[in-house]
Design a protein around this ligand. Structure first.
Ligand SMILES: Nc1nc2c(c(=O)[nH]1)N[C@H]1C(S)=C(S)[C@@H](COP(=O)(O)O)O[C@H]1N2
Ligand SMILES: [Mo]
Length: 323
């Protein structure tokens, strides 16, 4: 296996002392929707105890071999923290959705591949898993809200799914969509959100080596709250690009309008590449809080992955690449 530790991925241990406070997205949306409309949801859900990985039919596939090309120095976030501090608006616009997310049924789970492809198809998640080369990669995750974590994901490169899909030459983007089911996802009853959660990549981004489809985490199937059974990881972009619980890959020649772009176009764009020098409209992006250590660390351009991805953007000076 190729071992190559990249110096540029290291984050200096130096702490930055100022803890900036800012309004979060929730408070803005609350203002938009009218006070009280985003009530606490999920409390009356019919979920039992958190379902463990052992009940997932893909459990025997894990752990998978680690690809050390993507290993670096920053400490892994404890599993307990990475699986209980989440963003998944389908289950509530706060961080403690992990119990509510257990209502999601992840089998049977069918993934649709459609649009500009040689032949549209529907494929069951277990059949897809059997076709894809699974490996583990340790990636940083940087949320636009200025928190971050370091997670061992398992999964496969999106480019392998693109190969399977066989897009036609006119396809320019791949658009990913989350499941829709108001019965299990109370957030989807909040009509002011543009469900289903949607985001997309250019074909060049989708076929970049770093672009990873997550099916596992910490050597086990990925938990529901983290986007089971199939979720995107594009670690040089802000976390909101990383669609969870995907049911559809749509190939198209038209740039999609994403979930967050529809809601707040001045704050969340299509590209969303991490850049410490481009502040969010309401807060600085210069540093981030590591949710594992609680430390504030400097944010890196492209979240530290520039050498792999900066060429994708070299002729795009007119685009808003960093929001
Ligand atoms: N369907 C869906 N996908 C989503 C989100 C969401 O609300 N719904 N939130 C995004 C955001 S803002 C982040 S930071 C990550 C959080 O992933 P995690 O809970 O595994 O940390 O999921 C992303 N994918
Ligand atoms: Mo995020």
């Amino acid at each position: 296996m190729l071992i190559k530790v990249k110096k540029g991925w290291e984050i200096p241990e130096s702490k930055v002392t100022s803890e900036d406070t800012y309004l979060n997205r929730r408070s803005i949306l609350k203002g938009m929707a009218g006070a009280g409309m985003i009530a606490s949801i999920g409390s009356a859900l019919p979920f039992g105890k958190a379902i463990g990985a052992e009940t997932d039919p893909s459990a025997s596939l894990y752990p998978v071999p680690r690809n050390d090309l993507y290993t670096h120095q920053r400490a892994l976030t404890p599993e307990k923290i990475a699986t209980t501090y989440n963003n998944f608006y389908e289950f509530g616009s706060h961080k403690t959705i992990s119990e509510a997310a257990q209502a999601l049924k992840i089998r049977p789970w069918t993934v649709k591949i459609d649009g500009m492809v040689e032949k549209e198809m529907e494929i069951g998640i277990d059949e897809l898993l059997a076709k894809m080369p699974l490996e583990e990669r340790i990636y940083r995750h940087r949320c636009v809200e200025a928190w971050s974590m370091v997670v061992p994901w398992s999964g496969f490169p999106l480019k392998d799914l693109v190969k399977l899909a066989a897009p036609t030459s006119g396809a320019k983007y791949v658009v990913m969509q989350t499941f829709e089911d108001k019965a299990v996802a109370p957030g989807q009853r909040q009509f002011w959100y543009p469900w289903p959660y949607t985001d997309g990549l250019t074909m060049a981004e989708a076929t970049n080596d770093l672009t990873f489809m997550v099916t596992g985490m910490y050597g086990k199937p990925v938990p529901k709250q983290n986007g089971a059974p199939l979720r995107l990881a594009v670690p040089w972009k802000y976390g909101f690009k990383q669609v969870k619980s995907i049911v559809r890959f749509h190939f198209t020649d038209t740039r999609p309008e994403t979930f967050w772009e529809k809601l707040l176009p001045e704050e969340y764009g299509f590209w969303a590449n991490v850049n410490p020098e481009v502040p969010h409209r309401r807060w600085s992006q210069a540093t981030e809080r590591d949710i594992g250590t609680g430390e504030r660390v400097p944010t890196l351009i492209y979240n530290g992955y520039g050498e792999f991805v900066q060429d994708l953007y070299k002729d795009m000076k007119d685009e808003r690449l960093f929001m």
